[in-house]
Design a protein around this ligand. Structure first.
Ligand code: PLP
Length: 363
């Protein structure tokens, strides 16, 4: 066991990882694949790493049943870099991109999108405090949109799309950073999915992108080659040094996910864990959740105490009990428990019991 017994981490990302994956990762630091040296020292051009990267790409395809007309690539710079790289790669300078604003991260994507061309706000829930996801029938879609960008799970606001939207012929581009591989996905409804891997898969700075092949080849000439989706596809991610250790961690996490039964098995498990907390929140008026029930995230449970004076005390007492990183996002405030795939039932039970006890003492 690497982590301290009795310490439970609810961080929003980088986030908790399964102890057995940490052990496997640790073993690779001493020696990897019988090479006589560490994975950290292994060349990315060697057969061992090439095989690993190709296998990891296939694992992503298999985990989400990605059809053959999509390409999986690894990118660097974290999910925020994609806010610029998506328009650079997919939006001609005179075209218009649509954005659905449902919280902090979609707002960030929109703000960055403005720098690269015309951005059209298709729908926004800012007016109601980002408490729900507008139905597709309410989106101001039109066929002039080159694509439409969404953030299906808003990490900071705890809002999650209840289903994959269908935008017909308009390619849907999704920042799935905080829900990637937590549920099955109708891939064919998307033109591109991208996800920073620091939530459900471990490494920071690494992005997995799944792109429909017919969307490749539109990059603007000024797009840096290392961030050009088509160039990285053609060169099988070997234009520059990939994040070798990060990709290995993703590989280990995908092995682990398969051992859990894949996304079809982990999804109901994730729902059940989040329901344990939402049930306590909804029991009476002591706690509240700002999100309308059917749009509540199963990954990031955002809540608060109605009496704001209780919030700091909640965090201090929780930490003293080993329940760590429960403060809400700096822009949203309040409290937040992140329940990514690797979150343990023991952690959720410990938090639930603490919340019930806290309410009993201060309610
Ligand atoms: C939905 C979403 N998008 C983008 C980001 C930004 O990711 P990065 O810090 O890797 O740029 C985050 C980070 O939490 C996120 O949750």
């Amino acid at each position: 066991m690497i982590c301290r017994e009795g310490v439970y981490n609810f961080a929003a990302g980088p986030a908790v990882l399964p102890p057995e994956v940490l052990e496997r990762a640790r073993a690779s630091l001493s020696e990897w694949q019988g090479l006589g040296y560490s994975l950290l020292e292994a060349p990315f051009t060697g057969d061992e790493f090439k095989t690993l990267m190709d296998a990891t790409r296939l694992q992503v395809k298999s985990a989400l049943a990605v059809p053959d007309n999509y390409q999986v690539i690894f990118l660097q710079g974290g999910a925020s870099a994609q806010f610029s790289l998506v328009p650079l790669n997919l939006l001609p300078p005179t075209a218009t991109a649509g954005y659905v604003e449902t919280g902090h991260w979609s707002a960030r994507a929109l703000a960055e999108g403005h720098r690269y061309g015309r951005s059209h706000l298709v729908a926004s829930t800012r007016g109601s405090g980002f408490d729900h996801v507008p139905a597709v029938s309410e989106w101001a879609l039109n066929n002039d949109l080159h694509y439409c960008h969404i953030t299906p799970n808003e990490t900071a606001n705890g809002v999650q799309f209840p289903e994959d939207p269908d935008c017909g012929d308009i390619p849907l581009i999704a920042d799935m950073t905080s829900e990637f591989l937590s549920r099955p996905v109708h891939i064919e409804r998307y033109g591109m999915i991208y996800a920073g891997t620091q939530k459900n898969l471990g490494p920071t700075g690494l992005v997995i992108a799944i792109i429909r092949k017919d969307l490749l080849g539109q990059a603007r000439p000024e797009t840096p080659t290392v961030f050009n989706y088509q160039a990285q596809t053609e060169r099988q991610n070997r234009i520059n040094t990939p994040l070798t250790f990060g990709i290995y961690l993703v590989h280990l996490m995908l092995d682990w996910l398969e051992e859990q039964g894949g996304v079809n098995a982990i999804h109901p498990h994730n729902i059940a864990q989040s329901q344990v907390l939402y049930r306590i929140i909804d029991e009476d008026d002591f706690f509240y959740c700002p999100v309308i029930p059917e749009y509540r995230s199963i990954m990031n449970v955002c809540f608060g105490t109605r009496d704001e004076n209780h919030q700091q005390r909640f965090l201090a007492e929780a930490e003293a009990m080993g329940l760590m990183n429960l403060a809400g996002h700096s822009h949203a405030g309040g409290l937040r428990a992140s329940l990514y795939n690797a979150q343990s039932d023991a952690a959720v039970a410990a938090l639930a019991s603490f919340m019930a006890d806290f309410r009993r003492r201060y309610g």
